[in-house]
Write a protein that binds this ligand. Sequence first.
Ligand code: SF4
Length: 362
Amino acid sequence: MEPIGLYVHFPFCAGKCPYCDFYSAAADDAVMDAYADAVIDRIRARQQAGERYDTVYFGGGTPSLLGRRLVRIAEALRDEPIREFTVECNPSRVEDGLFAALRDAGVDRISMGLQSAVDAERRALGRTADAALVRHRVEQAQAAGFRKLSLDLMLGIPGQTADSLQTSLDFCRDAGVTHVSAYLLKIEEGTPFYKMRDRLALPDEDAVCELYLRACEALEDSGFKQYEISNFAKPGFESLHNLKYWDDRPYVGIGPAAHSFVGGKRFFYPRDTQAFLSGAFPVPDGDGGDFAEYAMLRLRLSEGLTEQGTRERFGFSVPQPVYRRAEHIPPRYLSADADGVRLTREGFLVSNAIIAELLADV
Ligand code: SF4
């Protein structure tokens, strides 16, 4: 069996950030101990069925809250042919020596939430660490031997301006990290931000578009090449695990709220930690992997929907109706040629509408 991606969700956070709708809650040591055991059991059962992993991603929630328990879980993956092993770390929740212990356990990539290097913006997002602590964590990770280091940035934060964004972009440039993810703040229903949305000093839509384009340009000027709508990397430091999602490759997700795509089937664990600890099975979520799904995901990548990739995957060319639709979309949003079809940066800003239009006849 070909190796696939492994995602493990850690549904624990010390507090809840007011914009976040990820599945996570506070937990005590006993629950986190039991959770680590349950994850190891699930991994071992899948390994015994012949599954192998070449990329691993521990996300959340706050994986670093589990401390050395992460090392115990990583031990279960020792014999896997891993090419990339990422752990998300919250800068305010990293115990002494954790980076070195993770490195020794085979982890080679750390992803941390910066969101903003402006402390007032960080506080507005409910972040407790200040920018100086984030810088300190980056330096600690570098000292532990991590070269694959990613920072998350947020665009469209209450009160954010072009100048304050520049402070955050300069932070990323100067920190020596090799990857940046820059996400637009979405006000999700059911969050505290949703309830107070009329009182938040949110930049308007045009301002957010300008922030995005500025971030893309500044990151590129600092040597980070954009390879996906929200992701930028120094050459050779693209996230191999996340590329599997956008290339519609198989991955298994373990933990409540984790989704999987294995053997052409999609399935997920319900958002219920107790059920997961009690041995609940994942729930089927239909078939996946057809051309329309592949095209939709590929169009998130700067490389776009390529002729070569499509032929290798499906044995046919990008269907003519896609090119016919592309002729009617302004070039500021999209380009098409003999190699395939790809969105421009401005196209990325309206990607849902462009992709729906392009694939309307597929
Ligand atoms: S730390 Fe991350 S996962 Fe946890 S509440 Fe904040 S944004 Fe959500």
